[in-house]
Design a protein. Structure first.
Length: 782
């Protein structure tokens, strides 16, 4: 039993259909090798659009019966052409000879919670696998599934979870080259050489424009982008790409599909009525898309547009536009949309749907952007139980407002509503406040961020936008109950970094101010940068039964709330990296002519509020010495392993935890670890639910952190500080785990080690501080 997750347009449905195709061919005798499938075991594949089950559920009100009746209607086929297959299915299912390929669980309505179609169909599938040995694959979008409650398929009962990865650039190149090779076979005017040249030109454009990478990682959008490219420049923004795709389908699709074929344009085929333009003609389509999305119950989550609704909308529109025969215009336009352009597809004899949910979402966003009540409609959708189904629409809305030059007026008013604390009636609930801040971050990014708003000289950028949004995002990252999926936490963190993250000191003045206001008791409350860990005897190691342990006395100390960030480290690179006085003797030998850490400036690791990574132990200790020189009353340094472990694991000397937050295994709300499925460290401090008892964040996951004691002397010598290591010493501890690790790799007891010159684990670090008077004590051992 498998749950297959993927982003919109990532190919979830295609995977199901392709798997079904391969299994069907093999069942018919084709010699097809499928890894993991024994030759003698070929289940019969049945593709089940789950929206059909939901539709049947509306009639029977019994989810188990609705599932079975849907299977029957699929097997019986049109007019009962395959009657009798349902009886054979029963027998095959009970002997394990069937695999159900269930598409689009997340796109069913979530209205009603436990009684929603989404939850009821999920439970029906769980009951089916409990009663029969049937195999099942279910698809869902990533974000709704990660935000799910009762309708998630339980992994502890045998459901496996896999996620479709975005296309790598090598796969993009292969696709583009294969596309144009195939096109040359059908287009007599396109030679093999010209096809190769066109493919190479597109690949070069894609490689040279990093902003396109998130778009071309989607098979759907890559297909559309390839269609759009004909020695033209391709659009960079997602909204522009969708817009070009819609225009392609309405005006350019037939010439592209059938090169050399000359046909009149859409407006011309409608009789060239005065005043009718393509933008006006799209108006009823936008409304239909919005209503279809609002009422979505159709195939793969696409709303069903009844022929009666289409007729009423379009006839009324053409009548108002003054066309002499509105009914004929409706028939022509509908034929073009459904039979030629493919912007609508028929569902039976009396209904239509958009070809992919992405088109429905974009056109719904276009409707909202043009509606005078945009803010009310958008906010009502975001406040509904189906919030996650509206997320993409509202992100596209942000881009559409920018594309129409509305971001600085209508868009700004929308942003202000989202980050404000008040609602139409009173104050927002804490839950709604957090979700609105989440959407504010997505909207600000979707509008283009600072670049969009900075062009307006009348706008006080700092006072009107950046300060209130910055304050709102800080609220998000102090709320431990915030239910925000990892991708959106990541975006919110990046936006905060672009605005100027105020949660850590950067300038000398800010460092001094932070040291003047440390926490003075063991607490996870307050926003102090320096978190107090009391003196006492702490048990170090001994996490597993029979494992050696040491009870070590530690004086009180303060540890930084967050790992050192790129922005903090950048001052050292600019002002202190080349100063020999800050380096240990062995560190200076290693540094030689270096001027910055490895991969410094790499866009993957350069966001201001990302933890600095790829730093050696020598560089981390040099940073501490440089910063200490600016703070004459204090000494900053790397923690010993004992100090790190005491800060991460203890709620007082007698209360030890498996994880910084307690003994429960992590979720993506607690830590940035493998479940986030990211390929670079996240901005610091995104998981307040994972806070340690002392108030420090990110002690589990995100990046390994250097410590300053001997790895091999642990646990007995874990409190003894080392002044220096030789470059050959494989004895420098790393603690905390990374964004790549599983749940066991981010436990408080998880450890690693490396040479002081290495950066292969992409390590970072955080610092501890003590009054200068204690320097001799703290640095007495080596």
């Amino acid at each position: 039993w498998l749950v297959l997750l993927g982003e919109p347009g990532s190919g979830k449905s295609t995977v199901l259909r392709y798997l079904g195709h391969l299994l069907a061919r093999r069942a018919c005798g084709a010699a097809i090798a499928l890894p993991g499938w024994p030759d003698e075991t070929t289940p019969i594949p049945i593709l089940v659009p789950l929206a059909q089950v939901a539709e049947q559920l509306g009639k029977t009100h019994d989810p188990d019966m609705a599932l079975w009746q849907t299977l029957g209607s699929i097997l019986n086929g049109p007019q009962g052409a395959s009657a009798g297959l349902l009886d054979a299915l029963r027998e095959a299912m009970h002997r394990g000879g069937v695999i159900l390929l269930c598409d689009g669980l997340d796109e069913l309505s979530a209205e009603g919670g436990e009684a929603s179609p989404r939850a009821l169909v999920s439970h029906a599938l769980q009951r089916l696998v409990a009663r029969t040995p049937v195999r099942i694959v279910i698809t869902s979008r990533v974000l709704p599934y990660q935000s799910a409650g009762s309708w998630q398929l339980p992994q502890d009962e045998g459901w496996r979870l896999r996620t479709l990865t975005p296309l790598a650039f090598g796969q993009v190149k292969t696709f583009v080259q294969a596309w144009f090779r195939a096109l040359a076979d059908f287009d007599p005017d396109l030679t093999i050489q010209a096809a190769r040249h066109t493919a190479d030109d597109l690949i070069k454009q894609l490689a040279a424009r990093p902003a396109l990478q998130p778009l071309i990682a989607s098979p759907l959008l890559l297909t559309m982008l390839t269609l759009l490219h004909n020695n033209d420049r391709v659009p960079e923004q997602e909204v522009d790409l969708y817009e070009q795709c819609v225009l392609l389908l309405l005006e350019r699709w037939e010439p592209v599909r059938q090169p050399g074929l000359k046909r009149p344009g859409l407006i011309e085929r409608l009789g060239n009525p005065p005043g009718l333009t393509l933008p006006l003609l799209r108006t009823p389509l936008h409304q239909l898309a919005y209503e279809a999305h609002r009422d979505a119950r159709g195939e793969e989550g696409r709303g069903v547009i009844s022929d009666d609704m289409l007729h009423a909308r379009l006839v009324k529109f053409f009548d108002r536009m003054g066309l002499p025969d509105p009914l004929a215009a409706y028939k022509t336009f509908t034929h073009i949309l459904a039979e030629e352009a493919g912007l609508l597809i028929a569902r039976g004899d009396d209904a239509f749907a958009f070809p992919h949910l992405s088109f429905q979402e974009y056109l719904a966003a276009c409707y909202l952007a043009a509606d005078p009540k945009m803010r009310d409609l958008a906010h009502a959708a975001w406040q509904s139980d189906d919030r996650e189904r509206w997320r993409k629409v509202l992100v596209l809305l942000a881009g559409r407002l920018t594309a129409q030059d509305k971001a600085r007026d209508q868009g700004l008013l929308w942003l202000k509503r989202l980050w404000s604390t008040g609602a139409a009636k009173g104050m927002k609930s804490p839950t709604q406040r957090i979700q609105d801040i989440r959407l504010a971050a997505l909207t600000y990014q979707g509008m283009g961020g600072r670049a969009t708003f900075a062009v307006s000289e009348e706008l006080d950028l700092e006072a009107e936008i950046e300060t209130p949004l910055r304050h709102a995002l800080c609220t998000l990252f102090t709320n431990r109950e915030a239910a925000v999926p990892p991708p959106d936490r990541l975006i919110a963190g990046r936006v905060l970094g672009e605005l100027g993250d105020p949660r850590y000191p950067v300038s000398e003045q800010e460092w001094r101010a932070s040291l003047a206001q440390p926490s003075t008791v063991l607490t996870d409350q307050g926003d102090h940068y320096w978190r107090y860990v009391p003196n006492g005897t702490y048990r170090i190691r001994g996490w597993e039964e029979g494992e050696p342990a040491a009870d070590l006395p530690l004086p009180a100390f303060w540890i930084a709330r967050l790992p050192i960030t790129v922005e903090q480290f950048a001052r050292f690179v600019a002002d202190g990296y080349r100063d020999d006085g800050y380096w240990t003797a062995n560190g200076l030998k290693w540094r030689k002519k270096r001027t910055a850490p490895y991969a410094w400036g790499d866009p993957r690791f350069s966001a201001a509020n990302q933890p600095v990574v790829n730093v050696t132990w020598y560089e981390a200790t040099a940073f501490c010495a440089w910063l200490s020189s600016q703070l004459p009353d204090h000494t900053l340094r790397l923690p010993s392993e004992a100090e790190w472990e005491a800060a991460a694991a203890f709620a007082g000397p007698e209360a030890r935890r498996a994880y910084p937050w307690g003994d429960n295994a992590p979720t993506p709300e607690h830590a940035v670890y493998g479940a986030w499925q990211i390929n670079a460290p996240a901005p610091v401090g995104l998981c307040p639910a994972g806070m340690a008892a002392c108030g420090a964040l990110d002690l589990a996951g995100n990046v390994w952190e250097w410590a300053s004691s001997s790895y091999t002397s642990y646990p007995e010598g874990a409190a003894v500080l080392a002044k220096d290591f030789t470059d050959g010493d494989l004895d420098v501890p790393l603690r905390g785990g990374t964004f790549r690790d599983d749940s066991t790799g981010v436990r408080c007891g998880a450890r690693n080690r490396d040479h002081p010159v290495n950066w292969y684990y992409s390590p970072g670090f955080r610092v501890v501080v003590a009054p200068r008077a204690r320097t001799n004590v703290l640095f007495s051992a080596s």
